[in-house]
Design a protein around this ligand. Structure first.
Ligand code: ZN
Ligand code: ZN
Length: 59
């Protein structure tokens, strides 16, 4: 497990793809303010997300 540090920050919270440079939505976790990214595909499908920081789950 190495090389997964700084560069993987902009990952879709639902499917985990790298959203850097794409038209992904990003917003703050309503619970803890953690920045959350979601790719256009998951946004369209209204996939659930879970905050990696506090575990908050939302639509
Ligand atoms: Zn996604
Ligand atoms: Zn959170």
């Amino acid at each position: 497990m190495s090389g997964l540090q700084e560069q993987t920050r902009n990952q879709c919270i639902s499917c985990g793809i790298n959203v850097a440079g794409s038209n992904a939505a990003h917003f703050d976790c309503p619970e803890c303010g953690q920045q959350i990214y979601r790719c256009a595909k998951c946004r369209k499908q209204s996939n659930l997300y879970q905050c990696p920081d506090c575990g908050f789950t939302g639509p």
